[in-house]
Design a protein around this ligand. Structure first.
Ligand code: FAD
Length: 420
């Protein structure tokens, strides 16, 4: 720990080290494509996958490498309900909207896991469920309230007391109980996104890595995208899946006031003692209303969060090569307190990632208001893995049919934020 006390340079996320080296893909594009997608994270890649399967000619453009940013720098938890306790969702959105949101995320979790299996994407999927630990008696009371509401909604869950925790998770200390949610899962996020991109590519989709879009001109049916290297691409439609950088290319000015960047940070421990590693399940785990989150990866633990402890410092940042040493210290202190047996493993690495936030915490999926032919699939806040695969499908439905029958779709429509 000592040598990392003041470290400010981030390490490479473990997920980006997996899968080995490969040369950047840079297909050549002749003539106009039906659709250009800007951004090769989970949002852009999923949209590209579904659009190609719908028969469109598609070019996916990524300024770096596929999944090198938030989608390869997160905790790989496929969460339900935005990681929020259900009672809080209901307080924020009302019962009907919360129900639709939960169902959308449940469908996404099932669809993502099914796709991993049918498409044979090797991404270390673990489907053991998720556990929300309560860090205070008041959080436990909220979990009890959530359990009551979830019972009425028929959402599978188990409410655990402190005694249950002692039996099921004796390695976790200082918690007051928990809520177990069956439909949650964990995976290696970069491997999933890169695997999906590979299939899309094999199915005839184009990929241009290391190519940054710097300008857009023209209009619906006849767009011209200019890249930093001087390429000019013609397209019928555009999807902005460039997360916190989406406002840069939005000519309408709509996104400038709607999307804001913020940074999250993750610490990965060294190898745990085998007898400890074997006792920790591969659950998606969180506590403190999801402000802190953790999971097992092989015989190591990831732990993220603590943004709240350096109030304001992590907002407005677009650079994911740096970390905040104060957060590293806070995460380490958390680990020593709550999973003390893991402390002897020390720190293997620490990295950060940039998320795109919206004021209501929901993503933007659908047409940019007033910009015919330009669509958004971005601003997934801290939950893009829980949304991404079906968000891409929804975006395609909206592009091709102009509407969706999914009752959650209107909650993601960019126009909902008009006037906010
Ligand atoms: C520390 C941390 C932990 C998290 N944990 C979880 C979790 O456990 N579960 C969960 O569901 N979510 C989690 N998230 C959130 C999740 O990572 C994001 O919501 C998700 O990855 C967003 O995906 P995206 O495709 O919108 O963005 P990104 O993955 O950031 O992709 C956007 C891409 O656009 C590219 N781009 C930008 N501008 C241009 C341009 N002009 N031309 C070409 N390309 C461009 C960028 O290079 C980038 O690769 C976490 C995030 C962080 C940072």
């Amino acid at each position: 720990m000592k040598k990392r006390d003041n470290q400010q340079e981030g390490d490479e996320p473990i997920w980006l080290q997996e899968g080995g080296e490969r040369a950047p893909i840079h297909d050549s594009i002749n003539g106009s494509t039906d659709l250009v997608i800007i951004g090769g994270g989970i949002a852009g890649t999923s949209t590209a996958f579904h659009a190609r399967r719908s028969g469109l000619s598609v070019a996916l453009i990524e300024k770096d490498r596929i999944a090198n940013h938030a989608s390869g720098r997160n905790d790989g938890q496929i969460l339900l309900g935005l990681g929020e306790h259900f009672n809080r969702l209901v307080s924020q959105f009302g019962l009907e909207k919360s129900r639709n949101l939960w169902k959308f995320l449940e469908k996404n979790s099932l669809a993502t896991r099914a796709a991993i299996k049918t498409l044979e994407i090797p991404c270390e999927l673990q489907e053991q469920g998720g556990l929300r630990f309560s860090i205070s008696t008041s959080e436990q009371r909220e979990l009890e309230e959530s359990a009551r509401l979830m019972e009425k909604e028929g959402i599978p869950h188990q409410l655990w007391t402190q005694k249950d925790l002692e039996k099921e998770a004796d390695w976790a200390k200082g918690f007051f109980g928990g809520l177990f949610i069956e439909g949650e899962a964990v995976f290696s996020p970069a491997a999933f996104v890169r695997g999906l991109a590979e299939i899309y590519h094999k199915e005839g989709g184009s990929i241009l890595e290391k190519e940054e879009v710097v300008g857009i001109s023209g209009g619906a049916g006849d767009y011209c995208l200019e890249t930093k290297s001087g390429l000019r691409l013609q397209a019928g439609m555009i999807v902005h899946a460039s997360s916190a950088l989406s406002p840069n290319l939005d000519r309408s000015g709509f996104l400038e006031h709607q999307v804001f960047p913020f940074r999250g940070q993750i610490l990965l421990t060294g190898q745990l003692e085998p007898q400890l590693a074997s006792r920790i399940p591969s659950w998606a785990m969180s506590t403190h209303f999801c402000y802190e989150y953790f999971r097992k990866h092989g015989s190591q633990l990831t732990l993220g969060g603590m943004r709240w402890s350096v109030r304001g410092e992590e907002t407005g940042i677009r650079n994911d090569s740096q970390i905040n040493p104060e957060i590293t210290k806070k995460l380490w202190a958390w680990l020593e307190q709550h999973i003390p047996e893991a402390a002897s493993a020390g720190i293997d690495r620490v990295w950060s990632g940039i998320m795109a936030g919206t004021r209501d915490g929901l993503p933007l999926i659908g047409p940019i208001p007033g910009q015919q032919g330009e669509f958004l699939c971005c601003a997934f806040n801290g939950y893009g893995m829980g949304f991404g695969f079906l968000a891409g499908k929804l975006c395609c439905e909206l592009m091709l049919q102009g509407r969706s029958t999914d009752p959650a779709a209107s909650s993601f429509a960019p126009r909902r934020l008009m006037g906010m």
